[in-house]
Design a protein around this ligand. Structure first.
Ligand code: ATP
Ligand code: MG
Ligand code: MG
Length: 551
């Protein structure tokens, strides 16, 4: 702990505590309930929660629900589920910004009384026009010098519903010549005759984000208000609001770089479009990097935590690659999961010299690298399924698996030698025949000869059938995420492959979500939480076994 390098936020916190600027640490995750969370949010959640834990502080989950148009209770529920699943415990601090509407209103009144806010009748277009540009200062609104009394009355009228949407706004009175455009008398309240999911029809005026957010933080006694880089030039306004509203323990805004994944659709808006266009099976489609999609795909909170730690916290934008996330889930599952046999593209293998009614129960280690996972038995008999690609009638160079005349090892079974091939009228291979050598039983210590190929199998009589879904990136990585001409997504037509007739060893018959396993040679798989049921098993491939990612 002592010698570890601290990220720049931890260095700021250390200094604030050492200087006595704060005597505690309090962080928050402030999602707007207008969609489901994604891997980028996971970074923010784990960062905020991790800091609170590290400094013995507190972590709030606060819904930033000040904009009634896009917000829905469905999103509130999904966000709670995702944050809890990631292990970020908000204890009894589940908070809603809309619960502070009264306080925000009081703050606005206070600003008016201090001569720091005014009601403005300019239209949205005029306000934009008056605002000026980066190179040109703005112009004062003709309503800027209204008296305190007039402003108080008009603001109350705004609250009481006397004006239509857009007719009047409340603006902070700061500086129309500020080099920072955010400081040019920003709008802090607008009229919007809309029902709110929490406060119903109580309000027809709603605070703007830049005014509401610092107040939310200050009310909750947040110390370090961590947000993403695009808010850097909003910080002067953030500081202005907490100062002018005269909060005792002003919070500090700290910006960090967003998590960005190369060639992956991450923004909430873009994911929402995939959902609305029906391109994916809801927000939890296993191809999405929404948190619910990752969970359904079989990612674990531990793997996401590790990924976020590897990505690090910094002030400059950088891009992570999907293989790094895949590496993290492989590492997490490697020693924890049993390695089962499952055949995804079945081909019948018949052992002609094996007694027809005989069944042997092979004892198999669940995980060769972790004896703690124990052993299981797997039935072996005369007719098996093997992977279609483990047989070639005419082998290519360096092919060591099954072909006529060749001997291979059946993993956890016997050596078999291919003797014959049966085909249908079209020439497709339908059965492969072989003989086995009883001396070569797995675990018998046989050392008489070696074979180069080892293949897996399941007993045809005992196998359970399952549907298996294989996934690739939803976007075409060769072309990049967006089509340069019309901005549409370059979709990968192979992002979902459904295999309906897979055969699994019988031990998997009772598997239920969220269980996951290694299927030897094929990758890691989990039971699908939405579509799998007893009698109709559905598995998702989480990730294959091989990786291009190197640490
Ligand atoms: P999106 O950018 O996907 O539309 P958002 O920023 O609008 O998301 P909010 O609900 O407003 O979503 O975000 C809640 C918190 O999550 C904010 O503090 C925001 O800065 C943070 N956040 C959002 N996206 C990322 C990301 N890619 N990396 C890190 N933090 C993020
Ligand atoms: Mg947002
Ligand atoms: Mg955003």
């Amino acid at each position: 702990m002592e010698n570890e390098t601290k990220n720049f936020i931890e260095q700021i916190i250390d200094k604030d505590l050492a200087d006595g600027y704060y005597d505690h640490v309090q962080t928050r995750f402030p999602p707007e309930p207008n969609g489901y969370l994604h891997i980028g949010h996971a970074k923010s959640i784990l960062l905020n929660y991790g800091l609170a834990k590290k400094y013995n502080g507190k972590f709030n989950l606060r819904f930033d629900d000040t904009n009634p148009t896009k917000e829905k209770s469905e999103f509130v529920e999904s966000i709670k589920e995702d944050v809890a699943w990631l292990g970020a415990d908000w204890e009894d601090r589940l908070l809603f910004a809309s619960d502070y509407f009264d306080i925000m209103y009081e703050c606005a009144v206070k600003l008016i009384k201090k001569g720091k806010a005014f009601v403005c009748d300019l239209t949205a277009d005029q306000i934009r026009e008056y605002r000026g540009t980066l190179t040109e200062p703005g112009k004062d609104s003709p309503y800027r010098n209204r008296t305190e009394e007039e402003n108080l009355e008009l603001f109350e009228n705004m609250k009481n519903g006397l004006y239509a949407d857009g007719e009047k706004v409340l603006r902070a009175k700061i500086d129309m010549a500020s080099p920072n455009i955010n400081m040019r008398d920003p709008v802090i309240y607008r009229v919007a005759h809309m029902s709110h999911h929490n406060t119903g029809d109580k309000w027809c005026i709603y605070p703007m984000y830049d005014f509401a957010h610092p107040i939310e933080d200050a009310v909750e006694r947040i110390t370090h208000s961590i947000c993403t880089l695009e808010f850097e030039d909003h910080r002067p306004l953030y500081d202005w609001v907490v100062r002018e509203c005269e909060f005792d323990h002003p919070p500090k805004q700290i910006e960090f770089a967003k998590l960005y994944l190369k060639n992956v659709v991450t923004g909430k808006r873009y994911i929402k479009k995939l959902v609305e266009d029906g391109i994916v099976d809801g927000w939890d489609d296993p191809r999405l990097v929404s948190i619910s999609g990752l969970r359904r795909r079989g990612y674990t909170p531990e793997s996401i935590r590790r990924f976020v730690e590897m990505a690090g916290v910094s002030k400059s934008n950088s891009v992570c690659e999907m293989p790094m996330l895949e590496y993290c889930i492989r590492e997490d599952l490697k020693l924890k999961k049993a390695r089962m046999m499952a055949v995804l593209h079945p081909l019948k293998l018949i052992i002609d010299n094996y007694p027809e009614d005989q069944v042997e129960y092979m004892e198999v280690q669940n995980n060769q690298e972790n004896p703690e996972l124990g052993v299981r038995t797997v039935p072996f008999c005369r007719e098996l399924y093997i992977e279609r690609e483990d047989f070639m009638e005419v082998p290519v160079k360096k092919y060591f698996r099954l072909f006529p005349g060749n001997e291979v090892r059946l993993m956890n079974g016997y050596f078999v030698t291919c003797t014959d091939v049966i085909k249908d009228e079209e020439g497709n291979v339908t059965e492969v025949h072989c003989t086995y050598d009883p001396e070569t039983r797995s675990g018998s210590g046989f050392t008489g000869r070696k074979v180069k190929g080892t293949i897996h199998w399941v007993s045809a009589r005992h196998a359970v059938k399952a549907e298996v879904r294989l996934y690739e990136n939803i976007v075409d990585e060769e072309k990049g995420v967006y089509n340069e001409e019309d901005g549409s997504l370059n979709l990968n037509p192979n992002s979902l492959v459904v295999l309906k007739d897979c055969y699994l060893e019988p031990g998997l018959a009772e598997a239920e979500a969220p269980e996951s396993f290694q299927f030897v040679r094929n990758g890691y798989f989990c039971v699908d939480s939405k579509d799998s049921e007893p009698g109709h098993l559905v598995f998702n491939r989480i990730v294959s076994l091989k990786s291009s990612f190197k640490i």
